[in-house]
Design a protein around this ligand. Structure first.
Ligand SMILES: Cc1cc2nc3c(=O)[nH]c(=O)nc-3n(C[C@H](O)[C@H](O)[C@H](O)COP(=O)(O)OP(=O)(O)OC[C@H]3O[C@@H](n4cnc5c(N)ncnc54)[C@H](O)[C@@H]3O)c2cc1C
Length: 221
């Protein structure tokens, strides 16, 4: 589907047009970069299966690269990983990377073992806690488990930019890294034909306004 022609109860597809009586939009979401163009261009997204495969390959390539660098100090930004977004996706990824750090990395890249302190994983979130919509118990357990795994958790700070291999945070902190994984949220797709006043949102977050029945009012016949 590429366009909604509401007055005629039609949608345009890449292959033609279709008439509808009821239109149900279930096209999922897309990664929200909150309008930060450098992040959109350079961060590693984590939304689709393809993103996950690309992320895995990229991280393995970075490990290969780090292993071939002679000077320990050159490895720092190759091995440091910043995960933006402390929701379920960011929590899972940072935990998985921390587990890999102490198992796969150690076993497969013994040459990196000496500089282990350079291989830091950061999890950054703008809220005061991880997993904001979940229970306090889940938040505390998650925080403690990630800390135990060695993840550096930075709360109350948003990523504001990513330039020259530096992640800039709203608290003034800067983290040098070639690896920014973006798990900071999703937003709805906008289709041509949806009136602007049926969309809402700020900071790049787009939402479709629905009726109490969770239907888009403009498509009710
Ligand atoms: C990394 C990650 C981990 C997650 N883990 C969990 C989990 O453990 N448990 C859980 O419950 N949820 C999890 N979720 C959330 C879950 O994936 C989503 O809530 C769920 O997929 C939403 O379902 P959906 O049908 O609304 O959208 P989607 O699953 O995104 O499906 C939308 C479909 O619409 C298609 N489409 C898009 N645009 C168009 C178009 N213009 N025309 C036609 N078709 C189109 C897409 O190709 C896709 O097939 C996770 C999400 C992520 C990103």
């Amino acid at each position: 589907m590429v366009k909604i022609i509401a007055p005629q109860n039609k949608i345009a597809l890449t292959t033609g047009e279709l008439d509808y009586d009821y239109l149900i939009i279930a096209t999922g979401t897309e990664t929200n970069y909150f309008g930060i163009e450098n992040v959109r261009q350079k961060a590693i997204p984590m939304k689709t299966i393809n993103d996950a495969l690309e992320m895995r390959n990229y991280i393995l390539m970075q490990l290969e690269r780090a292993a071939s660098l002679a000077a320990a100090e050159d490895r720092q930004k190759v091995l440091t990983i910043v995960v933006a977004g402390g929701g379920p996706t960011g929590v899972e990824i940072s935990g998985m990377l921390a587990e890999m750090q102490s198992s796969v990395f150690r076993k497969d890249y013994p040459e990196l073992e000496k500089g282990r302190s350079q291989s830091q994983i950061y999890l950054v979130d703008g809220a005061a806690q991880l997993l904001s919509p979940m229970s306090k118990k889940a938040q505390d357990n998650t925080y403690n488990a990630l800390k135990k795994l060695g993840v550096n958790i930075i709360l109350n700070a948003q990523v504001t930019d990513y330039a020259d291999d530096k992640v800039l945070l709203s608290n003034g902190q800067t983290i040098e890294t070639e690896n920014l994984i973006w798990a900071a949220g999703v937003t709805s797709q906008v289709f041509e034909g949806i009136p602007r006043n049926d969309m809402a949102g700020k900071r790049g977050l787009k939402r479709m306004i629905t009726t109490k029945q969770r239907a888009l009012k403009i498509y009710m016949p």
